[in-house]
Design a protein around this ligand. Structure first.
Ligand SMILES: Nc1ncnc2c1ncn2[C@@H]1O[C@H](COP(=O)(O)OP(=O)(O)OP(=O)(O)O)[C@@H](O)[C@H]1O
Ligand SMILES: [Mg+2]
Length: 276
């Protein structure tokens, strides 16, 4: 892991994140777009210029690009229905893209199934139904490891070290846990695959501000172990504070892109998406 900067100054200091404004792939930049080149072939995980929708329906994503690099936390924010979850699902292979591609660690994985992507090192925690409520906490974690052939106990210990409450409640049904604890189970389950990149869709949904802070701290901790984090967050301001990269999506397109710090300082972003 590079650097051991504190919470306050993490993010926003990655030189690769700042650079010449360009319109990626030569396409016009959406109105209001900052068009900073913070993605590209060099990104560890990139959903590039993704266009597509569900089944044969209308396109939900329009030339949408999201990316993350090792050591980074990338955050996607935007209004309800903007396509944030859809963009995550597209990167995970749950959507047929009409255009664009998904590249992981230099490999084009656009046509791989979600299962194959997990094998390649993608951990994905969806927004809903992300745990098995009737199974115990430990069984949920074991489910995360079901494709592994090696000894997963050490990983489970790491998950319990990260989320001590889960160790305490390991024999309890996951459905009996609080919202914040369930989210820990969901993240823990994804970590059991030993992912190379972790994708989280609203990991703090429905939890109190204190629990949100706690979860963010744990997510930062995971990122410091070298696992890049790509997450959708409704708590835009707080999330951008810890973001090395931020994406504001509007109607399935990139509306604003920059470091978390840049976006927090951007008048238009503040007015339109952060409540002034
Ligand atoms: N399974 C689906 N089938 C068809 N359309 C869908 C499906 N899931 C989402 N949509 C549509 O895609 C659009 C974007 O939804 P999406 O869930 O990606 O938004 P979001 O930004 O994640 O919103 P939220 O902040 O509420 O989670 C919406 O118009 C929604 O109705
Ligand atoms: Mg969503």
């Amino acid at each position: 892991m590079s650097g051991d900067s504190g919470y306050e100054d993490r993010g926003n200091n990655d030189r690769s994140v700042t650079g010449e404004p360009v319109d990626h792939m030569g396409d016009p930049v959406p109105a209001g777009g900052r068009a900073e080149r913070i993605e590209g072939a060099s990104a560890f995980l990139i959903g590039e210029a993704m266009t597509g929708g569900y089944g044969g329906g209308a396109d939900i994503l329009h030339d949408c690009t999201i990316a993350v690099n090792p050591g980074e936390i990338a955050v996607i924010v935007g209004p309800n229905g903007a396509g944030k979850s859809t963009a995550m699902k597209a990167v995970f292979g749950m959507l047929n893209l009409r255009k664009g591609r998904v590249v992981l660690d230099g490999e084009d994985i656009t046509h791989l199934t979600p299962q194959a992507r997990v094998q390649k090192g993608m951990g994905f925690v969806p927004q809903t139904s992300n745990i098995f409520t009737s199974m115990t906490v430990e069984e949920n974690l074991e489910m995360g490891a079901y494709t592994r052939r090696d000894d997963f106990r050490p990983t489970m210990e790491q998950v319990y070290d990260l989320f001590p409450i889960l160790r305490e409640k390991r024999h309890q049904a996951a459905g009996e846990l609080s919202g914040g604890q369930r989210q820990q189970v969901a993240v823990g389950r994804a970590l059991m695959t030993k992912p190379k990149v972790l994708m989280l869709d609203e990991p703090t949904a429905g939890v109190s501000p204190i629990v949100m802070d706690e979860l963010f701290d744990r997510i930062i901790e995971v990122s410091r172990t070298g696992i890049p984090i790509l997450m959708v967050e409704q708590n835009a301001r707080q999330a951008l504070e810890i973001a090395d990269r931020g994406y504001v999506l509007v109607q399935g397109a990139n509306a604003h892109t920059g470091t978390g710090k840049d976006l927090l300082a951007d008048d238009e972003v503040r007015r339109s998406f952060l409540g002034g």
